[in-house]
Design a protein around this ligand. Structure first.
Ligand code: GDP
Length: 296
């Protein structure tokens, strides 16, 4: 496989010892390697460009101390910048609103939206003792509604009764009413996905947002999306102003680039990561771990 970025930068700077500060020439050779490492990590090209410029600005003129090799120093700058872009702190799901707190789940079909809805509900129930109601708004795919119902039964969380023929907006209203009268703490709305972003999907999502006034709007995105991650995150964010991102299939992604791309494109935090198919395969997002992964 590839050398890690640390190894490659070590080689570039191997002839460089005891100089006072990193020169522009040293830094531009290093930035080529940084760029390559980011592209290999599947970070979108647009984000790679902005990010390397940022690192370059910090690296040129950086003092080279005797105790740290120049390569290590650049790696540290890159690492610090990655963590800064990815967000320093953990961002838990906020329930800081009047009950029942509506949480809207959005994303493309197959991204892991329904699975993630179940995982979050289970976590809220088990760890925070919350009473959660789940509702599927996928009117085009009855199988998706049944999938959520099965998941709910499996994790011991209630799901809204399925009534055929209702629109997504009507189901959202009914879910909120049921959550209110049933004394629920949280109501999670699992919206329909499509295989790609289209106007119909965005319009329906916007209408559901308007009637449900969600406290959190979480974009569920497959970490293997790679270069498409930026467009996906930006489209949803511009249209419905997401509050956070949940990255799925991080167990299958050795590279971590989608996290950086989506965060850089929207400024919205990555709140959680999915690391498997099981209902407890959900973890908090740790920017440092993803930064380590990207650096290799
Ligand atoms: P939806 O169409 O967006 O609702 O997607 P689903 O929730 O039905 O998930 C699609 C497939 O991805 C299912 O087989 C899930 O078990 C799987 N899946 C979801 N999240 C993860 C994850 O974090 N890791 C892995 N390995 N598989 C996942």
């Amino acid at each position: 496989m590839f050398d890690s970025l640390s190894d490659r930068l070590g080689k570039i700077f191997s002839g460089l010892t005891g100089r006072g500060a990193l020169s522009e020439a040293d830094v531009s050779a290093a930035l080529r390697e940084v760029r390559r490492a980011l592209i290999e990590a599947d970070v979108s090209l647009e984000v790679v460009k902005a990010f390397t410029e940022q690192v370059g600005a910090r690296a040129i003129g950086a003092e080279v101390t005797r105790s740290v090799k120049p390569g290590q120093q650049v790696v540290k700058i890159v690492h610090d910048e990655l963590v800064a872009v990815l967000g320093e702190e953990a961002n838990p799901i906020s329930l800081n609103a009047a009950a029942p707190v509506p949480i809207l789940m959005v994303g493309l079909q197959g991204s892991g939206k329904t699975t993630t809805t179940g995982k979050i509900a289970k976590r809220l129930k088990d760890k925070q003792g919350k009473k959660v109601l789940l509702a599927s708004l996928d009117t085009r795919r009855p199988a998706a509604m049944e999938q959520l119902q099965t998941l709910g039964a499996q994790i011991g969380v209630d799901t809204l009764e399925i009534i055929a023929g209702q629109s997504a907006v009507d189901i959202a209203k009914r879910a909120l009413n049921s959550a209110r009268t049933g004394g629920y703490d949280v109501v999670m709305l699992d919206t329909a996905g499509r295989t790609h972003i289209d106007e119909e999907l965005m319009e329906e999502t916007a209408q559901i947002k308007a009637v449900s006034n969600p406290h959190e709007i979480l974009l569920v995105a497959d970490s293997l999306t790679g270069q498409d991650a930026v467009n996906l995150a930006r489209s949803f964010d511009q249209r419905v102003d997401i509050t956070g991102i949940v990255l799925t299939r991080v167990d299958g992604d050795g590279r971590g680039g989608a996290a950086l791309s989506m965060r850089a494109a929207t400024g919205k935090p990555i709140k959680l990561i999915g690391v498997g198919e099981k209902m407890d395969a959900l973890e908090d997002f740790h920017p440092k771990r993803i930064a380590d992964r990207i650096l290799g």
